[in-house]
Design a protein around this ligand. Structure first.
Ligand SMILES: [Zn+2]
Length: 360
């Protein structure tokens, strides 16, 4: 436990007065110099901020799904902010070792990407390289090996791309599906129908791709052009090998992006994923990220038995030396978040604002 210092008490007073509007307390806290005070504190130095991204848009994916995708302009701005704040951007392995040894440098940050979209190579990697920032990519390998668009995401993207169109499509079992796209509710209903068909028919990757092509044709969408740009594709094994050779840390995210509650099936997901990454990169991954952030009480033990050293969640917060390395919190950055919100995570102000006063 750390005794509350005066800047932190002042921060809590500001926070309590403006809790109704996050932007007000963050703005006031920064104006008062509390962001920089916290960033330079011993308290922050004993903590690690892990940032989580998914995709950086090749076209307009952030307009379709702003939870998963961020625009290149926004991502560039984030990297500039990290540089401006003089953050120590560390590789994951190095950061976790130094966290456990109370040896973190000031303002330490780790940058992670979930899933391993192709746009990491096309968009994020060049921007990271401009600053010399290392990064970890948690690669899910099923679609990587097949070099096909991620089925469910591409279905959803096509529905928004051709919003306003209506069509009829034949499902995997030959059933007729009404494809409605006019409103968000229509698109959600259509996606629910497609999900039902997948659950009942369990189609192969090739059958899913055939349906995608059929859906695109029904909606008069140019799937070939989207695929040529590798939109919603994952890094291929060759691309994973290339980024790994350039220093990117490629780690585990399960083979099929799922975590069954059955221990044998769970282990198979991790082992298939590990074998695929090892075959592609020549390295043996031992850091894990829970797909969709889903984790249960038994998972850390199962992962430990599989030789996994760390696992990241989607819960917000900073890591401390006492954090279970198999339940590491992160901040999930999104297109809609302001610079101020981002700074509040990196400085540690958000973690303090969310903590009871007795803990700061
Ligand atoms: Zn994921």
């Amino acid at each position: 436990m750390v005794v509350a210092s005066e800047p932190r008490r002042e921060f809590h007073r500001v926070h309590a007065a403006s809790v109704q509007d996050g932007s007000i307390w963050r703005g006031a806290a920064r104006q008062l110099g509390l962001f920089s005070g916290i960033l330079e504190s011993t308290w922050r130095r004993q903590r690690l901020c892990i940032l989580c991204y998914h995709g950086v848009s090749i076209r307009d994916e952030h307009l379709w799904n702003h939870h998963l995708f961020i625009s290149p302009e926004r991502f560039r701005r984030r990297m500039e902010l990290l540089a401006h704040l003089q953050c120590s951007v560390l590789g994951l392995e190095d950061a976790l070792l130094r966290l456990s040894q109370f040896d973190l440098p000031p303002r330490s940050v780790v940058i992670t990407f979930d899933d391993g979209f192709h746009d990491f190579l096309a968009r994020a990697h060049p921007l990271l390289a401009e600053h010399g920032f290392p990064a970890t990519v948690y690669l899910t390998t099923y679609y990587s090996e097949h070099n096909l668009p991620v089925f469910r995401l591409m279905c959803s993207y096509l529905l928004r791309l051709r919003r306003g169109c209506s069509a009829v499509a034949q499902s995997f079992a030959g059933r007729t599906l009404e494809i409605r796209t006019a409103t968000q509710e229509d698109r959600s209903t259509t996606m629910a129908l497609i999900d039902q068909e997948v659950d009942s028919c369990r189609p192969t990757a090739q059958a899913r791709q055939a349906f995608l092509e059929h859906l695109a044709e029904s909606l008069d969408a140019d799937l070939a052009a989207l695929s040529a740009e590798k939109i919603l594709h994952l890094l291929t094994p060759d691309e994973a090998r290339m980024v790994s050779a350039q220093g990117v840390d490629v780690q585990l995210h399960t083979h099929r992006h799922r975590t069954p509650r059955d221990q044998r099936l769970f282990a198979r997901e991790v082992l298939d994923n590990r074998a695929s990454i090892r075959a592609a990169t020549g390295t043996t991954p031992h850091h894990f990220c829970y797909p969709s952030g889903v984790h249960h009480a038994e998972f850390p033990t199962w992962l430990r038995n599989l030789g996994v050293a760390s696992a990241t969640t989607c819960e917000s917060g900073l890591c401390t030396p006492g954090t279970d390395p198999l339940l590491l919190p992160r901040y999930l950055d999104q297109e809609a978040f302001s610079d101020l919100e981002f700074e509040s995570w990196v400085t540690g102000a958000a973690a303090i604002a969310c903590a009871p006063l007795s803990f700061v």
